[in-house]
Design a binder for this molecule. Structure first.
Ligand SMILES: C[S@@+](CC[C@H](N)C(=O)[O-])C[C@H]1O[C@@H](n2cnc3c(N)ncnc32)[C@H](O)[C@@H]1O
Length: 241
């Protein structure tokens, strides 16, 4: 029987298996674009309140967004990272960010079933965490963001997308759907986990749907396309009443 690739338990397994190689693979196979897009995602976020802002990094992975976040907003008080994958969690805290541990808390949880408290965040950031959700799950995520942000709170999210209309689109899709799975099979002893990431990205389309959902919750939304639409993002603010 075919498995539901949007079942959180399935997604957790994929990332648990990828976690040891995730950073290297993502950096090399995107030719540095993922790092650039994380930086641009942080740059697109309006400034959170100064002096000790607290917020969430949703689908935090191994904490790839934190250096960018803490570089741009040095006075952030605390980041609570949420991720469903134990492998990503372990990698994040053991080795990569031990020196930042005093400002970071990690919650291993499914954001779609999250009971994060209302109005508890000055900011919400999320890099490359949208693609493993289908539209109903994006709606749940949009509701969560609207709920957890304090009035005046800010957010930014980015995701690899399908660059529809770009003349090199087929080359990009070839890279995602053929080259990456091949590299993985050859260099990672037949694994097929990163091949799944290509499938998720092309199914995702763009962040335009998420932008509309956030607007429906009354959030201010700026929609952006990066590098001919190979990534798209949303950023904005929950307006103070
Ligand atoms: C492609 S990685 C992105 C990691 C990181 N933010 C980055 O910039 O590379 C997607 C992450 O989303 C997490 N994830 C997927 N579904 C989730 C869910 N329902 N709840 C929490 N985390 C989830 C995965 O475990 C994985 O670590």
């Amino acid at each position: 029987m075919d498995r539901d690739i949007y079942d959180p338990a399935f997604v957790k397994d994929v990332f648990d298996r990828c976690s040891d190689r995730y950073i290297t693979f993502s950096l090399i196979c995107s030719m540095g674009f993922t790092e650039r897009w994380r930086r641009q995602c942080v740059a697109a976020m309006p400034a959170p309140r100064p002096g000790g802002a607290r917020g969430y990094d949703l689908m935090a992975g191994t904490g790839e967004a934190w250096p960018h976040l803490l570089k741009r907003f040095g006075d952030i008080g605390a980041i609570t990272a949420v991720d469903i994958s134990s492998g990503m969690h372990r990698r994040a805290m053991e080795r990569l960010h031990a020196h930042r541990a005093h400002r970071i808390e990690f919650i291993e949880d499914n954001v779609l079933a999250s009971d994060l408290p209302p109005e508890s965040a000055d900011f919400v950031i999320s890099t490359f965490g949208l693609k493993t959700f289908k539209p109903e799950q994006h709606a749940q995520l949009a509701a969560l963001i609207a709920r957890v942000l304090k009035p005046g709170g800010v957010y930014s999210m980015i995701e690899a997308s399908d660059p529809k209309g770009w003349w090199l689109r087929y080359l990009y899709l070839f890279h995602l759907k053929v080259v990456l799975p091949l590299v993985e099979r050859v260099f990672l002893r037949g694994a097929q986990d990163f091949a799944m990431i290509g499938t998720y990205s092309t199914n995702f389309g763009s962040a335009a749907g998420v932008a509309a959902m956030l607007r429906n919750h009354g959030l201010q939304v700026e929609y952006s396309r990066y590098f001919f639409g190979c990534a798209t993002g949303v950023a904005g603010r929950k307006l103070a009443e």
